[in-house]
Design a protein around this ligand. Structure first.
Ligand SMILES: Cc1ncc(COP(=O)(O)O)c(C=O)c1O
Length: 378
């Protein structure tokens, strides 16, 4: 009854993938082209088809996938890139890494995604101060749900901002039938193992419909190579995907749509059971959107108590994210719109176990424990 529950059960998925996965790994090893081998090219084609976008360019991790797009666009010192305050550090880190300035934007406290009104406020702030040139906006598909592109895209178009979608958590999510990865002037995802589509190490990919950008990304990931490997036409980086990771991802991609379905069923079940309590705030998915549920995140008034109570019952929880980037020491020098929602939710959010193999009895055990600890005031 009190056996520990995994937060994400990647071993259940590995068991399901079974012998074909083992064969794919073996073939990648025996093939001998261990970096950017033929499986990487095949993966790029399949990822692009999946997201209905022209190009996918695989690389070493999601952080590089974002950073290389900014580099390819020539974004650097004096440029402003609008980033949510409530996200993983990498979203803002890459902006600083290319020498530009992240400008923090608040999020909505029900979807956790970029607040379009706050984006307007951040743009106005940058224009008023006159020190930075607004160049790009980076909405994040946090916890698996696409940002509200219906509202953000017109602002980006009006302000002539390039839009780079951080789909590290939301690759494969949809909004009005458009697939995250294929939205924006470019997008990027991460294949970190815990992501909805993860490999067995680090990996990432950038996506775009722009032929020129795709070509630049292929050059940048290989030390700025030109027509030949030892011709260096620009300053690049070393950010390539291992063939073995591509082989693993090709197997995982086959079951990814079904896994998204399963995650959605589990999230709905959580929402139904926990949404009945007045003291628990369940995540809101906007109409026309479908999340990949990278995380299932609720808000409770006493998070520490809930975490302790669940831990005592062998139920793990996690806090994404305890401090908004706008309040982080490392990012104190960058401008920010007011971020009341980010400041508030960073104190109340807590994520529950979520993965496609969470069975109903185990989920019931989690729900019961959450309601018992935090469900008062029904
Ligand atoms: C929102 C977001 N952006 C970027 C990244 C960076 O990806 P990676 O860890 O593969 O560099 C992650 C994941 O770690 C993320 O969650």
């Amino acid at each position: 009854m009190t056996a520990p529950i995994p937060f994400i059960d990647l071993q259940a998925q590995r068991r399901r993938l079974g012998a074909p996965l083992a064969r794919a790994i073996q073939a990648a090893v025996e093939g001998g082209q261990w970096v950017l081998g033929p499986q990487v090219r095949e993966l790029e084609e399949k990822l692009a088809a999946f997201a209905d976008v022209k190009h996918a360019v695989a690389c070493a991790n999601g952080t590089d996938a974002l950073m290389m797009v900014l580099r390819a666009w020539g974004i650097g010192p004096g440029d402003a890139v609008f980033v949510p305050a409530f996200t993983f550090a990498a979203s803002a880190e890459v902006v600083a890494l290319v020498g530009a300035s992240p400008v923090f934007v608040d999020v909505l406290d029900d979807t956790y995604n970029m607040d379009p009104a706050s984006l307007e406020a951040a743009i106005a702030l940058v224009k008023r101060e006159g020190k930075l040139a607004p160049r790009a906006v980076m909405p994040v598909d946090l916890f698996g749900q696409t940002a509200d592109y219906r509202a953000i895209e017109p602002v980006a178009a009006r302000e002539k901002l390039l839009m780079l979608c951080d789909a590290a958590q939301g690759f494969g999510a949809t909004l009005d039938g458009r697939v995250a990865g294929g939205i924006g002037d470019a997008a990027a995802t991460s294949f970190f193992p815990a992501k909805p589509l993860g490999c067995y190490g680090d990996g990432g990919a950038s996506f775009t419909n722009d032929d020129g950008l795709a070509e630049l990304l292929r050059s940048i990931r290989m030390h700025g190579q030109g027509a030949d490997r030892y011709e260096n036409v620009r300053i690049g980086v070393n950010s390539r995907l291992d063939t073995i990771q591509a082989a693993i991802l090709l197997e995982k991609l086959k079951i990814f749509p079904e896994e998204i379905e399963r995650r959605d069923t589990i999230a709905r079940r959580y929402n139904e059971a926990l949404g009945q309590s007045n003291s628990i705030r369940v995540p809101h998915v906007i109409e026309g959107a479908r999340s990949t549920w990278a995380q299932y995140t609720i808000q409770v008034p006493d998070r520490a108590k809930l975490q302790a109570d669940l831990k005592a019952k062998g139920i793990p929880t996690a806090v994404y994210y305890p401090i908004p980037l706008s309040a982080q020491k490392g990012y104190a020098q960058f401008p920010s719109a007011p971020t009341p929602a980010s400041d508030r939710i960073s104190k109340t959010v807590v994520s529950l176990p979520m993965h496609p193999y969470l069975d109903a009895p185990t989920q019931d055990r989690i729900v019961e424990a959450v309601l018992e600890s935090a469900g008062g005031g029904r």
